[in-house]
Design a protein around this ligand. Sequence first.
Ligand code: PEP
Ligand code: MN
Length: 346
Amino acid sequence: MIITKPPVLNPNQVLELESIVSEFNCKIQVIYGAHRNIYAIIGDERSETMVNRILSLDYVDRVDRMESIYKLMDVRSDLSNHRTLIGGVELGKEPLIIAGHCTIDPGNGNAFLETAAAVKEAGAHVIRGGVWKPRTSPHNFQGTEESLKWLAEARSRTGLPVIAEVMDEVQLQLSLEAGVDMLQIGTRNGLNYTLLAAVGRLTAEKGIPVLLKRSRHMGPVDEFISAAEYIVANGNPNVIFCPRGTMPQLDGYRNHPDEAITPLLKEKSWAPVVVDPSHSVGRAKYVPACCLAAIAYGADGLVIETHVNPISGIGDDPKQSVTPDVLTNIIKDVRSLWQLKTRWRT
Ligand code: PEP
Ligand code: MN
């Protein structure tokens, strides 16, 4: 990782760096930060000759090399000062709340607009709505591109940013064209390295925040962090970890709740953690407790499936969406607990 004296290099300086590292079969990946860019060396960066050549450039301050499988995501990396912003919230400063439908029903877009207005009223910062859906059965509703227009409408009516899940590069492009403000990589693609790399590459310049769900069969914490490394190593540092429960499930819940992974993530990495209690426990009545547990473990926010009338919803909404009234109380309680958390940290 090359730390430069000016916060951003000019194109000729980048070309010069590229030319040096290419002699050693490495590449330069620019990671666009809010205040400064980081120039990561991609490849085997062990050559002393290469590092000395780089250090001789007058615009280079230092070169940091780290023995870690996820050099960029490592808590010791120079990116650890990076801050992600979405919906007027700087992650870590106050609890980020993402709320809305599991799935947008294109035949009842008005329900989604009602929910969007209601979650805003409840205090949410970002509106979620599934456009394309990863369904276990190919016979179930798979979502449709048409729903992007409801997402855009919710955005323009509420003024809040919107998030949608993408499962391939076509959906990614369509979402970017529709002005989606935040992207979700779902649990089924949590280890789809080609997609993760494409997301990093195509969102790099705008730095669109990416909520990376934990793959449900994902084992060690390091595997989760390494998955995030694919996005960051392709240019976008605005990655957010999202524990959402793993398999096999805890009897009675949809998955095995894993909000307890939060402190481990924070010990090893710098990226914020936004927990998804809805898919973790999978039943609306258990969601409030899971939200509080996540905040107690140090989560920076929550993504909560919410619907004005859950039983009329589709996808997961009938079983796991809370109503806006419940969301209002969750947000109140989460804010109180956050105050205590601030005390523990100091
Ligand atoms: C969702 O958010 O509706 C979803 C499908 O999530 P996950 O990938 O965690 O199952
Ligand atoms: Mn869902």
